[in-house]
Design a protein around this ligand. Structure first.
Ligand code: BGC
Length: 340
């Protein structure tokens, strides 16, 4: 049994509207999700002693989320991850996006889906958020209708993304939660054991755009097919952390994608998805400058993200699985976060 309740989280400045918070609760999971950015602001799961702890980074109030932050808990769109030089051509037309990450466009632009107020509706076991992105919004073609539904069932949090467009458009929707299974605000994730079911990953250039090569993980730090402890992996390969797309084995069917185990707390997160890829990001760009929930200071490597997604820059890489949505078709992807 999942109970769903709602209250007011805050008021957006400048008459921007009222942000509601939805509380989804089962015997195993407690999730708070707000109508601004479809942001998961709190996610409590049980440790091995049965104690609930909040395991996602974020802020205590709306102001934190309205200000610039690295997408804590938010739904990212219209296109998550990077588009090279913010340029692409579809249907014979050239499009240009705002450049907001080095020379590239990232996470939907200046005002992506993480910065809009969605229209919520309570559904069985959860909440569905709706948003219309206008034709030309952030430079993208076509009016796009988007539905994001969060449901809780026992120990599972499901996120379903649906969309329809009036013109051919690139699309890539994901959730950008930052997890720390020791509890949000814990200093690092080195004691987390990670596995990702991918035989290939995408090497990137120095602006983080995939080179186009689909490289084997064998013999590299990206071979996470068997569980590895993050600390020893980062040390052994002398890397700055992970911020790469792992290519999953199947393109559209549900598949198990990643598992993270934190032995001290006993928490396990298993992620499954219908998406063809997952960005494993170890919060390399956090630097302690943000004041988070309960006064927490978020340092480099104090969280990890598993952003299930289309492969980055797919719109400019015909050899990658297509990330285009055509009029008359429906985009429909689901990701499952299961906690044990
Ligand atoms: C990207 C990182 C970026 C982070 C926050 C991730 O999806 O891969 O490079 O720093 O989002 O924007």
């Amino acid at each position: 049994m999942t109970s769903v309740s709602r209250d007011v989280f805050g008021i957006l400045p400048g008459g921007g509207g009222t942000v509601e918070r939805f509380h989804l609760e089962s015997e195993h999971l407690k999730a708070d999700i707000i109508s601004y950015g479809c942001i998961i602001t709190r996610l409590e799961t049980k440790d091995k002693h049965g104690n609930f702890t909040d395991i996602v980074l974020g802020f205590d109030d709306l102001e934190g989320y309205v200000n610039k932050h690295p997408y804590f808990g938010a739904v990212i769109g219209r296109v998550a991850n990077r588009i090279a030089n913010g340029k692409f051509t579809v249907d014979g037309k050239d499009y240009e996006l705002a450049i907001n990450n080095g020379p590239n466009s990232i996470h939907g632009g200046i005002k992506g889906f993480d910065k809009v107020l969605w229209t919520p509706e309570m559904v069985e076991n959860g909440v569905c958020f709706f948003h219309t992105s206008a034709d030309g919004d952030e430079g993208y073609p076509g009016e796009l209708k988007v539905w994001v539904t969060y449901t809780v069932d026992g120990s599972k949090l499901t996120v379903n993304y649906r969309a329809q467009s009036t013109k051919v458009t690139p699309i890539n929707l994901t959730n950008h939660s930052y997890f720390n299974l020791a509890g949000q605000g814990s200093s690092d994730i080195y004691g987390h054991e990670v596995s990702i079911d991918a035989d290939h990953y995408l090497p990137v250039d120095d602006t983080m755009i995939p080179t186009g090569e689909v490289a084997s993980v064998v013999g590299t730090c990206f071979d996470l097919r068997k569980p590895v402890m993050l600390e020893s992996r980062i040390e052994k390969f002398q890397i700055n952390g992970f911020d790469h797309n792992f290519c999953l084995r199947v393109e559209k069917e549900p598949q198990h994608c990643a598992r993270v185990h934190h032995p001290s707390s006993g928490r396990v997160l298993s992620v499954s998805t219908t998406q063809p890829g997952v960005q494993f990001y170890t919060a390399n760009f956090l630097d302690g400058s943000l004041k988070g929930k309960g006064g927490a200071v978020y340092q480099k490597h104090s969280a990890f993200c598993l952003e299930t997604q289309a492969w980055p820059d797919a719109v400019n890489k015909p050899q990658f699985p297509s990330a285009l949505l055509y009029p008359g078709e429906e985009y429909n992807h689901t990701t499952w976060f299961e906690f044990a």
